[in-house]
Ligand binder design. Sequence first.
Ligand code: NAD
Length: 497
Amino acid sequence: MPRYDNLINGQWTAAASYQANTNPSDLADVVGEYAQGTAEDVQTAVAAATAAFPAWSLSGIQARHDALLKIGNELLARKAELGDLLAREEGKTLAEAIGEVGRAGQIFQFFAGECLRLAGESIPSLRPGVGVEISREPLGVVGLITPWNFPMAIPAWKIAPALAFGNCVVLKPAELVPGSAWALADIIQRSGIPAGVFNLVMGTGRVIGEALVHHPGIAAISFTGSVGVGRGIAKACAANGKKVQLEMGGKNPQLVLDDADLPQAVELAAQSCFYSTGQRCTASSRLIVTDQIYPAFVQALQARMANLRVGDARAANTDIGPVVSQAQLEQDLHSVDIAQAEGAVLAAGGTRVGCHTGSGKLGFFMQPALLVDSTAEMRINREEVFGPVASVVRVRDYEEALHMANDTEFGLSAGIATTSLKYATHFKRHSQAGMVMVNLPTAGVDYHVPFGGRKGSSYGPREQGRYAQEFYTTVKTAYTLGAYAWCFGPLKQAANA
Ligand code: NAD
């Protein structure tokens, strides 16, 4: 069985123990054994990153651009191979996994360009003859903690801006998906970036994650994951004066109004709720449907769901791969039981299914679930499930739909299906989500624009696009006497100033 080490100070470093990485489509298939780091490994990685920081933070932007571009190009060139690895360890379909690796490549290419576009401002002071420069500088060593559901893209959209703006990095990927992170680290390691600038420490959240969050040498933590863990990290960072950025859960609403294009609304609901096995933070899980269209919408969605093929993530005709783990599968099935106990009606799926896989050993497969006649108060409409489970709520009109959409502790993504410009425009302004979609699935975003939510979904500056610099840089304001002297009189006089 191949063993994969941590990357610390430019060296592949053996660990005291290793953990098997299992394919959720085929439990007999072990991808490899991955290092389980210790708190001492975090100490060594932070020390290496701290030593590398002065040179890296002052390195030329051309060198940073070239390294990031090289990483992006290799990811794109190898997206089929790495997509296969990603689908094998995480369980999204091959098409989705290849798309994710391609996205990671594009993100590195985008931030290669951002290295060359980091601008400051130069403006006159209130005091004549004084100049003011506003510039951005890197933070230092940043700790990046990532979840399992986008094993390549989320590390990419944190690592690329961190490096582009001159920071050094310690990445701690999720326990369930170390393979994609290791492959990415291998590419970064060969990109020409100096030893210590990028470090990978795999292991548990309790050990590696907490060691990073509490380490005095870490200037900032960027975390994506669950609300509970995120809030604990925010508290610890506040106590230690660290900058923190959190991307967390969602309970994303998808409104369907009476005037919606029915086939379009059904398709975007199926895409939002069930593709990637519903394991996207931007997945829609609450379908809020107005009175007139409700019966036709439910019927058409049931028919669409009957055609969803659940199976091995890497099989050619699979639409929906397995749930990522036994624990997540149990949570998904349990949420369906709770919803039914509270009075919702199971209209499709919601059960574990056996699928033919390579070894014949059952993977974590679940038939996507549709719960109808649910109400806003039910737990199924208030708590994140993070699986292929959607509930439908019937409402009178747009006003009630909007109220219900916003009646949640989360605010990541929200969608509306309507042919009315009036409702679309009103929803874009009044939705309390960070991202709003009109006649599009709630999941599926561009990489060159800000990503993030409001309320319990996010904390701190946005990720991705130009906005990423808000988190990965700190602003400096410098005043210089005489900087603008030549503007205020003849050159000779200015020279004497
Ligand atoms: P999780 O919170 O269990 O784990 C996320 C990461 O935190 C993992 O690397 C884990 O090892 C680490 N961790 C766990 N305990 C820790 C601790 N005490 N200290 C430091 N680190 C710790 O989340 P998950 O199950 O991997 O991912 C699913 C969650 O992620 C869902 O809630 C989903 O909505 C959310 N998510 C959000 C976004 C977004 O951008 N908003 C994107 C993807 C996933």
